[in-house]
Design a protein around this ligand. Structure first.
Ligand SMILES: Nc1nc2c(ncn2[C@@H]2O[C@H](COP(=O)(O)OP(=O)(O)O)[C@@H](O)[C@H]2O)c(=O)[nH]1
Ligand SMILES: [Mg+2]
Length: 439
């Protein structure tokens, strides 16, 4: 996610950190590079301009704080302004009477049907009783697709092959009321491009069912096209929120960073993969941390909770929070961690590991995972609890035993030390930015 942007920004801040005391021209130079990085990430021009202006205003002549170096303060300001630019945390407004209605709209292929299922799954976790509604009668395959997903997740689907979508919505709502469903998720039809017929149909549907939420599902990989789409849909249909899909494959981040500022519509969820569990509630501050390569422990914990047994999750969370997560825990978690999603995605969320995950394509990462496992397996339990006791000759033995090199053993130990250090700082609520940028 946003690899190329993160890389560019990290390079800027690293350079800045080397300067120590900052003059105005140092800040300006850094901001010129930040500006370029954002433009290259396909962020809307005006959004970049406003952003850089606000950062500059706050960064120049900033009060010198004892706890942070000037460069760290600039990073902090950038983090704050990124967070502001990204908007508010994504919350669904389901305060109206039950059944609540969520209408998903968007172009064909953007991920509406998949997202409808993901959303239903997430809402069920929160104690809701969701009903999925297929309204795309033009394409029978579309109804089937939702039915298949519903069966897999054991979530009921209402769909008719044929008939007017608006009439089907009305019937589905009747069914939702009778069946005591608490929320109906309407998967609507899409077209390859915006056209008037689609828009009028969506408006008619909206008028008829008065949904609590009208969410545009947009493909993040389409960059500024997604932004224009959001403007268009908001003007014509009226949106309450956005769901950006395929964000995990988006190296640049242009849509995510500009869409809310340009369209005025808040992002509520991010789609991070094809699996039904790959939907994250949108948290601007966490995304800002990830963009700056600072990791995202909270999302990691939430993913752990979603995929682990509850008790196990509490244990891991406690360990992460108290920074006592050691190599033995790490080893025990490897199996379960695999269930949480692709390793490269998880590593992005661990402070200090982000740059490593970017260097490696996914297959390599999974190979790397096997290597890491082999290295840890070759250690004694005591060494796993306290890796500091591993000396030169033991490193050679471990490397031989795991079919790796001493260098690889050293690399793992080094990264683990860095992670523990960062976890400790996070636990004390104070992140030392210089350690993240390796200065
Ligand atoms: N990688 C990735 N693929 C996604 C995501 N959301 C949807 N997709 C894929 O995008 C394709 C189109 O999705 P679909 O739900 O059928 O789109 P619709 O036409 O808008 O209903 C499918 O292959 C999905 O698996 C996502 O967040 N990440
Ligand atoms: Mg569909």
């Amino acid at each position: 996610m946003f690899e190329s942007l993160t890389e560019r920004l990290q390079a800027v801040f690293k350079k800045l950190a080397r300067k120590g005391k900052l003059r105005e021209q140092d800040v300006d130079e850094a901001l010129r590079e930040v500006r370029l990085a954002l433009l290259e990430a396909d962020v809307n021009y005006q959004v970049v301009k406003d952003f850089v202006g606000r950062v500059r205003e706050r960064a120049v002549g900033v009060e010198v704080m004892k706890s942070l170096t000037p460069a760290q303060q600039v990073v902090k300001i950038v983090h704050g302004e990124l967070t502001t630019m990204l908007g508010q945390p994504g919350r669904l407004d389901l305060s109206g009477p039950s059944p609540h209605i969520i209408m998903l709209v968007g172009l064909q292929g953007s991920g509406k049907t998949t997202t409808a299922a993901k959303l239903a799954l997430q809402l069920r976790h929160e104690g809701q009783r969701p009903l999925l509604v297929a309204t795309d009668t033009r394409r029978p395959a579309a109804v089937e697709q939702l039915e298949v997903l519903g069966r897999e997740l054991e979530i009921p689907v209402y769909g008719e092959k044929g008939g007017s979508p608006v009439a089907i919505c009305a019937q589905a709502l009747e069914r939702a009321r009778k069946g005591a469903y608490s929320v109906a998720i309407l998967d609507t039809q899409g077209r390859l491009h915006i056209d008037q017929e689609l828009m009028s149909e969506l408006v008619e549907m909206k008028d008829r069912v008065s949904p609590d939420e009208v969410l545009l599902v947009a493909d993040a990989m389409t960059g500024q096209d997604a932004v224009r789409l959001a403007q268009e849909f908001h003007q014509q249909v009226g949106l309450t929120g956005l769901i950006l899909t395929k964000i995990e494959g988006d190296a640049r981040g242009g849509a995510a960073l500009s869409i809310r500022a340009v369209s005025g519509v808040p992002i509520k969820f991010l789609g991070t993969g094809e699996k039904p569990s790959a939907l994250e509630v949108f948290h601007p501050d966490r995304l800002a941390s990830r963009i700056l390569g600072m990791g995202d422990i909270l999302t990691l914990i939430e993913r752990a909770e979603a995929s682990f047994e509850e008790e196990e999750a509490r244990r891991v969370e406690e360990k992460l929070r108290t920074a006592t997560f050691d190599l033995e825990d790490f080893r025990q978690q490897l199996q379960q961690v695999k269930r949480m999603g692709p390793l490269s995605q998880l590593m992005e969320m661990i402070p200090g590991f982000a740059s490593l995950s970017r260097q490696l394509p996914q297959e390599v990462t999974d190979q790397q995972m096997k290597k890491i496992e082999a290295i840890i397996n070759s250690m004694t339990p005591e060494e796993r609890r306290n890796p500091r006791i591993i000396g030169g000759s033991r490193k050679r033995r471990i490397a031989r035993g795991s079919g790796t090199t001493v260098q690889e053993v050293n690399q793992l130990l080094g990264q683990f030390r860095q992670m523990q250090k960062l976890m400790k700082q996070l636990t004390f609520g104070r992140v030392d930015i210089s350690s993240i940028f390796g200065t």
